[in-house]
Write a protein that binds this ligand. Structure first.
Ligand code: M1P
Length: 255
């Protein structure tokens, strides 16, 4: 009997370029070729509105599972099956201390430029951007380069860790201009509790090194991890996976 396999994809850097829309060729391949063999799912660090902007409003029919904010907001076959809030977990008092400290820290930062929307309060996490989420694509790329040299986000995270030793939260750099903060354990492995009944869960992600937001799920014993460099690489690795599974089943049938 053939194995039941699901391919679970990160979004930014894996299915799309950061905060961009999915390319037609990869989209078609997943829908027409991959889906004829395996189930498919997505897990993004971003919230649902960004995820639908990048993958299309029809994402719920195109994927068997859709997980926004690491799976804190979860859909299966178009139906919302789960949602849990950071507010209920941490509480207003502690969250406000955290937000106030972050806003003060940001106000003391001198960067080449600053835009608006520095703190995004989401369902299952807080997203903090020292440069501001309202920056343009060009400014986003510029900040990413600047941050690689000056480690603005890493230093910010160190300051938060020092100040909030009592908070059981994880800091995760998943994109170019911000980092996510969520209760420890609410990383992308969180979504796996909804993915049941499969022999293999193949996870594809680009931020798979320690500190990246694909690290825990890539390393998890529950998944077969695939490290990719960009959407083109994802397509190549999918073609290899399909070939491998097909060859294996031909061999098994010949035994
Ligand atoms: O999906 C990866 C990350 O994408 C965005 O990051 P940035 O805007 O910094 O590139 C954010 O939505 C972030 O929450 C998410 O983890």
């Amino acid at each position: 009997m053939s194995k039941k396999i699901i391919c679970l994809f990160d979004v930014d850097g894996t299915l799309t370029m950061p905060q961009q829309c999915i390319d037609k060729s990869l989209d078609n391949y997943i829908q027409n070729t991959l889906r004829s063999k395996f189930d498919v799912a997505v897990v993004g660090g971003s919230d649902l509105s960004k995820l639908t902007r990048q993958l299309g409003e029809d994402v719920f029919t195109k994927y068997d599972y859709v997980f926004a904010e690491n799976g804190l907001v979860a859909y299966r076959k178009e139906k919302k099956i789960w949602s849990k809030t950071i507010l209920s977990e941490i509480g207003e008092e502690k969250l406000q201390d955290f937000i106030n400290f972050s806003l003060h820290y940001i106000s003391q930062l001198r960067l080449p430029f600053k835009r608006g929307n520095f703190i995004e309060f989401r369902t299952g996490m807080i997203n903090i951007s020292p440069v501001g989420r309202n920056c343009t694509i060009e400014e986003r790329n510029q900040f990413y380069e600047y941050d690689a040299k000056h480690h603005v986000r890493e230093k910010f995270i160190q300051a938060l860790k020092k100040e909030f030793t009592h908070l059981h939260v994880t800091y995760s750099i998943g994109g170019q201009i911000s980092f996510d903060v969520f209760p420890t354990g609410w990383d992308k492995t969180y979504c796996l509790k909804h993915v049941t009944g499969y022999n293999e869960i193949h996870f594809f992600g680009d931020k798979t090194r320690e500190g990246g937001n694909d690290y825990e799920i890539y390393e998890s014993d529950l998944t077969v991890g695939h490290r990719v460099t960009d959407p083109d690489d994802t397509l190549k690795q999918l073609e290899t996976l399909i070939k491998f599974v097909d060859e294996k089943s031909i061999k098994q049938n010949n035994i």
